[in-house]
Write a protein that binds this ligand. Sequence first.
Ligand code: MG
Length: 330
Amino acid sequence: MMICLGIEGSANKVGVGIMKNEKLLSNVRKTFVPAAGCGFEPTETAQHHRTHIISLIKQALLDSSLSLGEVDVIAFTKGPGMAVPLISMSIVARTIALLWNKPLSAVNHCVAHIEMGRLITRADNPVVLYASGGNTQVIAYCNKRYTIFGETLDIAVGNFLDRVARLLNISNDPSPGYNIEQMASRGTNFISDLPYNVKGMDISLSGLLAKIEAIHSHHKTEDICYSVQEVVFSMMTEITERVMSHVDSQELLLVGGVGCNIRLQKMLNDMCIQRNAKTFSMDDRFCIDNGAMIAHVGLLQQKEGIEFNLKDTAVTQRFRTDSVFIKWRY
Ligand code: MG
């Protein structure tokens, strides 16, 4: 039996999770919500995380009926993400580890999304569509790596939706993507001349964003949300199908915050039904950034004897999914 406390804070959520082997003991989270029309600035976001991290750690320990002394490993997000929030939370992790004399485990955020998805859904060897604020990747496991077969060439889908919400002055509470989804369900007119940019197994979204910036004042907000979702999610479904076909996979796992979108889930599910494949998705507790996924990978790494000394615990804004050696899988 091994217990890990994981700290996540790479973007606008700060989360603490505690895992005891594969059992979830606690998963608590706070979200920084900026005003409508604004994005989340790194400095303000880090300040939010610093304000809440101690009470989240106390809550997670209380939920688990544990003291810090009973925790075996402290895991934290090494990257990718925003530098200032990452640094703030890594300092918290290092401080706890040094004070309580615990080993540290530095975790890749994208790998954590994938492994938590596999744990929760029990998908065995799925193609993974990782769609979030900072990442849009289609991934398959191959030779001890999560290989990226397709990805965005410019901005991530979640970041794209955030930018559209900002342009249309849509609220960020609870999230811009959720509010776009609600507006889209009331859209009636499809705007047909939007660019659809698929290049092989990759997509590009900056041209579409420029187009929306140019035309948004001529259309109803609901119609823009509806059209944008249809176009972008179709692009994502197309490249996901291409990867599934390429690696001959019958399983698709959807992870990341945009993975909560019901319209995206429906499109992917329709595609999977046509290919006799199965879709696995999760609700917002595990789809959205959380501490438990960091704790889970912290445990996987610790059990494989992957050690991190203090100088290995610097954070990094860029940290490719395929740069991690996945020692725990065959
Ligand atoms: Mg994420």
